[in-house]
Design a protein around this ligand. Sequence first.
Ligand SMILES: [Ca+2]
Ligand SMILES: [Ca+2]
Length: 304
Amino acid sequence: MPAPVGVAVRKGAGFFPFPAWVAALAMAASACSSQAIGERGATADPGLTSETFPDFVEIPAGPFVMGADQAHDPMAFENERWSPASGEGTVDVPAFYLARHEVTVDQFSAFVRATSWPVDARALAAPPAHPVTFVSWPDALAYCRWMSNSIEHSPTTPPRLRELRRAGWRVMLPSEAEWEKAARGTDRRRYPWGNEPQRSRANYEGTGTVPVGQFGCSECSHGLLDMSGNVWEWTSSPYQPYPYDPSDDAANLEADALWVIRGGHYGDGPRLVRTTTRGAADPGARRAFIGFRVALSQAPAGAK
Ligand SMILES: [Ca+2]
Ligand SMILES: [Ca+2]
């Protein structure tokens, strides 16, 4: 498998054992189901308020062009190439929703208060409006499970969200294809706002995180903010060579498989905050420059 060129984050002391994160996922499920919001009486803190539910943006169904090579974009890394024969490929993505913003410290704190999920103390140390960082992939998935549960049970859930949840939609990390389609749009743009780097549109080549949405970007694809920069964002996709194929995600996973992260961070240069740049990180990595945003999508048949 080609090395992830954008960034590869591994734990210092050996790899994060495969069974350990599977166990962490099981814990995430039980932590959430035992903390069903709304079952604790009318005076209980619902955890989420109308202000802390994600602002979901609909990304319509349809195909988009995924991947890049240097013939299309001189800054493309080799791991963005679709296949030996082609630099780009076409992927059809069903409709889904993506949060306009990265998950904030404030939102993540509500999850930790409600579930007592064990987190790195540094995750809650930044100002409330900044993106949460120092969160592992299992931490992010646990948050997603809790959010699905909250949407189902909180008295303050916006009606549209509750309807979607009842129809079987659930909160999850976006897949790598969902993330790229949302950031790139259907016109193959290199950055969420267009084809050239623009320091006024995203937090990169900087020194630290900034409050989510501080860099406005009305021309950005779907009005999503901070898709480039601020923090790298976990996806639900294991790092595998292109062509992208979600049906093989569980096949041939190495014990030390990496998960795809997207978008680059506050300290990266313009090459790493492109819409097609692919980073990868050990699922157990908790880093100052990795956070996530949530998606709302239809659960595969058989899943909850
Ligand atoms: Ca970001
Ligand atoms: Ca795959």
